[in-house]
Design a protein around this ligand. Structure first.
Ligand SMILES: [Fe+2]
Length: 206
């Protein structure tokens, strides 16, 4: 089977209404089917344009094209990470981190509550459109909180992302209006720590 040459919109592991009332069905559907899909389509359109330029042996504006490609691929990858690091409340969502991830968080941040506070502050203070992410540095064996502007600015190369929270307005406005803080607070009720721990253990094994 040939390796796919384009990106696909991943299916969610839960129904569109499964995260309500934290994220309503309308909001999740819009976010996944419209916003995430736009990044997938945007990245694929640029890849097609680059393929055509190769066939035609033509030049293209590299600065603008690679910047736009990074924006769309960043948007696609971060949203893909986000859907999987969420789970419905009572079905894995909102539990406390345990196992390796629980230990790593306690060692670096002192307590889970202190980590929650720092991560929430990072999400609340992202200027304009962006993300809060928990990444991990294998050189120092430290989890690192990272604030991402747009989808691609401030990303640390090589640091694998374990968990993300989308704080673009499209991620919360329909349910929370301009109250980003309330959305960030509610996010903790649907965090899927089993998945985040799986990502960390895979990274440590690699
Ligand atoms: Fe988003």
């Amino acid at each position: 089977m040939d390796t796919p040459k384009f990106y696909d919109l991943p299916k969610l592991a839960y129904d569109y209404n499964a995260l309500a009332p934290i994220i309503s069905e309308d909001l999740l559907r819009l976010h996944h089917e419209k916003h995430h899909a736009a990044y997938v389509n945007g990245a694929n359109a640029i890849l097609q344009k680059m393929d055509k330029a190769r066939t035609d042996n033509a030049d293209f504006d590299t600065k603008a094209t690679f910047k736009e490609l990074s924006f769309h691929i960043g948007g696609h990858l971060l949203h893909s990470l986000l859907w999987a690091n969420l789970a419905p409340p009572g079905k894995g969502g909102g539990e406390k981190p345990s196992k390796t991830i629980g230990k790593v968080i306690d060692e670096e941040f002192g307590t889970f509550d202190r980590f929650k506070k720092l991560f929430s502050q990072t999400a609340a203070s992202a200027e304009g459109s962006g993300w809060a992410a928990l990444a991990f540095c294998k050189k120092t064996n430290r989890p690192i909180i990272m604030q991402v502007e747009k989808h691609n600015t401030n990303v640390y190369p090589m640091f694998r992302i374990l968990m993300v929270l989308d704080v673009w307005e499209h991620a919360y406005y329909l349910d929370y209006k301009n109250d980003r803080g309330k959305f960030v607070e509610a996010f903790w009720k649907i965090v899927n720590w089993t998945e985040i721990n799986r990502r960390l253990e895979n990274l440590l094994k690699s």
